[in-house]
Design a protein around this ligand. Structure first.
Ligand SMILES: *Cc1c(COP(=O)(O)O)cnc(C)c1O
Length: 443
């Protein structure tokens, strides 16, 4: 394919994508296929001779689409949201075109510098404590990881290295193996499976702290586990707090857990993978209070902030904790402006060497939506909409409601009033309200 054909095919592909997104509601959200459906539909080996682009596109509809679960269908309510927006798709296209591998500053200065600045922009949107921002020459800073799983693993490995080095410095004679055997990490029993997996990969014990009746990790349960383990000669070193657990979106009590981690010198990592995007709205920001106790904090703009996968935002207070743990400097990767202030070599902050120019997606999305647009996306509805819904409900005369104000929120109150009300009446009312709300949103 030459540039001339690329211009044509590129435009066709953009049309195909726009048609796909516009028509996605008409596609069945979950496919009918059985495991192994695809192999009989395509040849056993790659073609010897080149094929045409038309042939491939035809097969996308014939072979691929029937086996796609449409995550961006409005009927998709499984797992968790995954972000998508046209600006992010366009930025991804540019990322593919530039095709740099930004492992060091010198390997593509814009790739590194835009990432550092975008992570500061995003950190400021969340009102993260200054210590997490890179600023001009701060100790902290942000990095884009591929996934929350990687962020947790990177944090655990860095914490492990820090703990091992500290113990070896204070008790010479201890070998790494002797220390590793005793290290213990902690997370709530509601934490995501990737946390347990990080413990498995990192070769350390990971203990589940029983959450309370509201699925929240509290001080007392953590303290109890720490005391018990220390009494047995184990060495606690790492705690993961989850803000927005996968099963029920519970929030571990950071204001209780944070100070304990601080006192006991445990690395506190916060996993806010899907709920974290909400913190850009001031009314949700209090849920992040206590982040100042954390050593590392992570959430996924690729879940709920309109940046297509993959884009997992991770901040640390001390960049040297990461670079100290993962640094390798073979001659062929060295350059004359190594790690200082804004000049960052992100290869020391992550597991792989290679990395894409992912910050372009953030830059496009943040600029084309603006912070206000992003906040409106998270809120997905205004007081005005709620007022209009109430008006619609009451003028239809089938059910009757009155509103209230809770601080600045216009709220529809649904009170169960009559002695003769049955669950069928409530169900009818709910369906009626849903119907009217759908009409309103479509209008
Ligand atoms: C989705 C999710 C993860 C895993 O995210 P990846 O980016 O796919 O690794 C981890 N923790 C929580 C709380 C999640 O919701």
């Amino acid at each position: 394919m030459d540039a001339k054909e690329f211009r044509q095919r590129g435009k066709e592909m953009v049309d195909y994508v726009a048609d796909y997104i516009e028509g996605i509601e008409g596609r069945q959200v979950y496919p009918d296929v059985e495991p192994g459906y695809l192999r009989p539909l395509i040849p056993n080996t790659a073609p010897q001779e080149p094929e045409t682009f038309e042939a491939i596109i035809k097969d996308v509809e014939r072979i691929i689409m029937p086996g796609v679960t449409h995550w961006h269908s409005p009927y998709f309510f499984a797992y968790f949201p995954t972000a998508s927006s046209y600006p992010a798709m366009l930025a991804d296209m540019l990322c593919g075109a530039i095709g740099c591998i930004g492992f060091s500053w010198a390997a593509s200065p814009a790739c590194t510098e835009l990432e550092t600045v975008m992570m500061d922009w995003l950190g400021k949107m969340l009102q993260l404590p200054e210590a997490f921002l890179a600023g001009k020459a701060g100790g902290g800073g942000g990095v884009i990881q591929g996934s929350a799983s990687e962020a947790t693993l990177v944090a655990l490995l860095a914490a492990r290295t820090k703990a091992v080095r500290h113990l070896q410095a204070t008790s010479p004679g201890l070998t790494q193996a002797m220390i590793m055997e005793k290290l213990v990490a902690y997370a709530s029993d509601q934490a995501h499976s990737s946390v347990e997996r990080a413990g498995l990969i990192g070769g350390v014990k990971l203990k589940a702290i029983p959450s309370d009746g509201k699925f929240v990790m509290r001080a007392s349960a953590l303290q109890e586990a720490l005391e018990r383990d220390k009494a047995e000669g184990l060495i606690p070193f790492f705690v993961v707090a989850t803000l927005g657990t996968t099963s029920c979106c519970s929030f571990d009590n950071l204001l209780e857990v944070g100070p304990i981690c601080h006192q006991e010198s445990l690395w506190l990592h916060i996993d806010a993978a899907y709920a974290g995007s909400a913190f850009i709205c001031p009314e949700f920001r209090p849920l992040l209070n206590g982040v100042e106790f954390a050593d590392s904090f992570n959430f996924n703009p690729h879940k709920w902030l309109l940046v297509n996968f993959d884009c997992s935002a991770m901040w640390v207070k001390k960049r040297t904790d990461l670079t100290g743990a993962f640094k390798m400097d073979p001659t062929y990767l060295q350059h004359s402006h190594q790690d200082s202030g804004l000049i960052t070599d992100y290869r020391h902050w992550q597991l792989p060497l290679g990395r894409r120019f992912r910050s372009l997606k953030m830059w496009f999305v943040f600029r084309l939506y603006g912070v206000k647009g992003l906040q409106a996306y998270i809120r997905k509805g205004s007081n005005k909409l709620n007022e209009a819904l109430l008006e619609k409900i009451n003028s239809a005369r089938k059910i009757h409601l009155v509103p209230c104000h809770l601080r600045d929120q216009f709220v529809l109150r649904f009170a169960i009033c009559s002695r003769t009300v049955e669950s069928d009446h409530v169900r009818f009312a709910w369906e009626h309200i849903q119907g009217l709300a759908t009409e309103l949103l479509r209008a």
